[in-house]
Design a protein. Structure first.
Ligand SMILES: Cc1cc2nc3c(=O)[nH]c(=O)nc-3n(C[C@H](O)[C@H](O)[C@H](O)COP(=O)(O)OP(=O)(O)OC[C@H]3O[C@@H](n4cnc5c(N)ncnc54)[C@H](O)[C@@H]3O)c2cc1C
Length: 377
């Protein structure tokens, strides 16, 4: 059955998270951005952890909240509305847990999931390599068995939470010539990871994003996830459902920009009247509200399909593609309406504009989403 209302539980979740974000995140959102990429501020991770909002997908039997994707999307939209970088930390960690939840054995789940559910700690998802991220079949990071251990060699780049993670769920290959049939995910603890560079980004600056080097990293073989030959499927499952949450971040950014601009337009006066009274201003706001709604519904549909175990590949790529274009367009329109005030770096609208840009790159670029959808038309 099709429905457009959230359940009572989901509504409670939205209201409580909105209150937390309004009280603790919105007042310092500008500071979270200007502080930059190098100095990670754990206060907000603790805040989320205290309210059991970090890694909310971890099943209840491992100490988590066991939220479905639709609930996570509404939660992430709220957090992103306050600070997209903080939402990116969450989504990066969720990506790290998906291969474990879907493909891990019981002891891997018991060892690695409860620690994330109960503590203000982060995990990361390591796929992209310096030579390029679009062609995921061409991994050069290797994982080789050596008695009871595995040895990992390679470099991963632009990894969210990279330098501040308890562990990284790394995608590597047992035989680079065999490509996708040799993919394996390995849980690599922080003491086996070298952080070579913390990336300075134009947006989502709160979240740490790093280049990580695995130089003969030595990890027990029990940290290898899933059966031989199953790594590529696990990778695709992770990326496909993760895209819906990346799209939810974009909806949150667009909503933040729209709400701020509406308030501005209703209260800023020119020619002795609020600028909102001009259709040249109110009509763009109508368009902003309309396309944000459309993007949100696409995110909800994609998440609903994930939760139903339906065929969600096309829906999650479409949601990710559309939501990134919406956030980009809305934040740009917002600056047009706000005029010079919107162009100053000490205004949050400027932060939203920079944050939105990442939406067309992560989880596969816009062109990668187009390639996926085209293959399914
Ligand atoms: C802030 C941020 C956070 C990130 N977080 C993570 C993370 O946590 N974990 C992780 O593993 N990765 C992460 N990434 C990496 C991200 O997934 C990659 O940047 C993305 O997949 C694109 O790879 P690339 O940047 O190397 O671009 P490339 O693959 O080099 O592509 C460059 C350009 O060529 C285009 N292109 C490539 N091939 C084709 C084609 N066949 N047809 C048409 N166009 C094509 C692309 O669309 C793009 O415009 C992050 C990136 C950023 C910026």
């Amino acid at each position: 059955m099709v429905g457009f209302s959230l359940s009572a539980e989901q509504t409670d979740l939205v209201m409580s998270v909105r209150e937390i974000v309004e009280k603790h995140v919105v007042p310092v959102a500008l500071e979270m951005d200007t502080r930059g990429d190098d100095s990670f501020d754990w206060r907000f991770i603790k805040l989320l952890s205290d309210h059991q909002l970090l890694a909310p997908n971890i099943p209840r039997e491992y100490g988590g909240r066991g939220l479905d994707f639709l609930s996570m999307a509404v939660l992430i939209e709220e957090i992103s509305r306050g600070c997209a970088g903080l939402a990116a930390c969450m989504v990066g960690e969720i990506h790290a847990t998906i291969p474990i939840i879907l493909g891990g054995n019981e002891s891997q789940k018991e060892l690695h999931l409860p620690v994330l559910a109960a503590n203000p700690v982060l995990a990361a998802f390591g796929l992209t390599e310096p030579k390029g991220g679009s062609d995921v079949k061409k991994l050069s990071t290797t994982v080789n068995y050596k008695e009871d251990d595995v040895i990992i060699n390679g470099t991963k780049d632009y990894i969210v939470n990279g330098a501040v993670s308890e562990f990284v769920t790394v995608c590597a290959s047992t035989d680079v010539d065999q490509s996708r049939s040799s993919f394996r995910f390995v849980i690599v603890p922080r003491d086996q990871i070298e952080v070579s560079t913390v990336r300075n980004k134009m947006g989502i600056k709160y979240c740490n994003t790093a280049q990580l080097v695995f130089n003969k990293s030595n990890v027990p073989a029990i940290n290898v996830i899933g059966a031989e030959g199953g790594g590529y499927l696990l990778l695709n499952q992770t990326l496909e459902c993760g895209r819906a949450l990346i799209a939810a971040i974009q909806v949150g950014i667009a909503r933040a920009a729209y709400e701020m601009t509406l308030d501005f337009a209703q209260n800023h006066h020119q020619f002795e009247q609020p600028i909102f009274s001009n259709q040249g201003v109110s009509f763009p706001l109508v368009e902003m509200a309309t396309i944000i709604d459309a993007a949100r519904f696409m995110v909800w549909r994609a998440c609903w399909l994930v939760d139903q175990g339906g065929d969600f590949t096309k829906a999650t790529s479409m949601a990710r593609l559309y939501a990134s274009s919406v956030s980009h367009k809305v934040t740009s329109m917002a600056i047009n309406i706000m005029g010079a005030i919107g162009y100053t770096t000490d205004n949050l609208i400027n932060v939203y504009y920079r944050d939105a840009k990442v939406g067309s790159i992560v989880g596969g670029t816009d062109n990668v989403q187009r390639m996926i959808v085209a293959s399914l038309l």
